[in-house]
Design a protein around this ligand. Structure first.
Ligand SMILES: CC(C)(COP(=O)(O)OP(=O)(O)OC[C@H]1O[C@@H](n2cnc3c(N)ncnc32)[C@H](O)[C@@H]1OP(=O)(O)O)[C@@H](O)C(=O)NCCC(=O)NCCS
Length: 169
């Protein structure tokens, strides 16, 4: 479990705190550093709105945002991670895991199911070395398992997979 709001930062220079209005431009810059993963303009707009409206955490290094996660509640017992990214220059340092740990630690005991949606393995990414297979591996490493590929959620070219994690005892 990582530290939140003043607890010991790890790794090294990275701290996690609640996302605030002043972080929005920094989050936009993180998204801009990931042109493959955030290649869809509508998706970028939705993400930009989420970092301005939804609850979340931001990871900072030297005071600058280097990663973020946003979420929203659904039914009484479920919470969904809506958007998440770590700056291209800061990936694979453990920052994403810190953000997910912070999200999970924030949830009340009534929340029994955490949900995230990403690109399904049913959507091929030919010739892409750094695509959504890595993202799915990240989510599996954080305890999420693929549950269903709902038809028609996104568009004909991009099939979504809903990944879930059961929480609590
Ligand atoms: C996915 C993402 C948020 C993960 O953040 P991160 O800080 O890079 O991830 P971490 O360093 O915390 O990774 C933790 C572990 O997850 C796994 N993992 C992370 N990225 C991976 C990848 N690309 N391929 C395979 N495994 C990966 C590894 O087991 C890793 O541990 P290790 O580095 O010791 O092997 C980040 O890479 C990112 O912003 N990707 C592009 C945008 C995106 O996919 N957002 C999520 C949309 S649903």
């Amino acid at each position: 479990m990582c530290g939140v709001d003043g607890a010991a930062p790890a790794p090294g220079d990275v701290a996690i705190r609640a996302l605030g209005p002043g972080d929005a431009a920094g989050c936009d810059a993180i998204v801009a550093s990931l042109p493959y993963h955030f290649g869809d303009g509508h998706g970028r707009e939705l993400c930009a709105a989420a970092v301005r409206e939804q609850d979340g955490f931001v990871a900072t290094a030297a005071g600058m945002p280097v990663g973020f996660v946003t979420w929203r509640p659904w039914y009484r017992a479920a919470a969904e991670i809506t958007w998440m990214a770590v700056h291209a220059a800061e990936r694979r340092r453990g920052i994403g895991r810190m953000l997910v740990d912070a999200f999970l630690a924030e949830l009340g005991p009534e929340i029994r199911i955490a949900v995230v949606t990403t690109l399904s393995e049913a959507t091929p990414e030919p010739g892409v070395d750094d695509g959504y297979a890595g993202t799915r591996a990240f989510w599996r490493g954080c305890g999420f398992e693929p549950a269903l590929d709902p038809a028609g959620w996104w568009n004909a070219e991009n099939q979504a997979v809903v990944m879930v994690q059961a929480l609590g005892p």
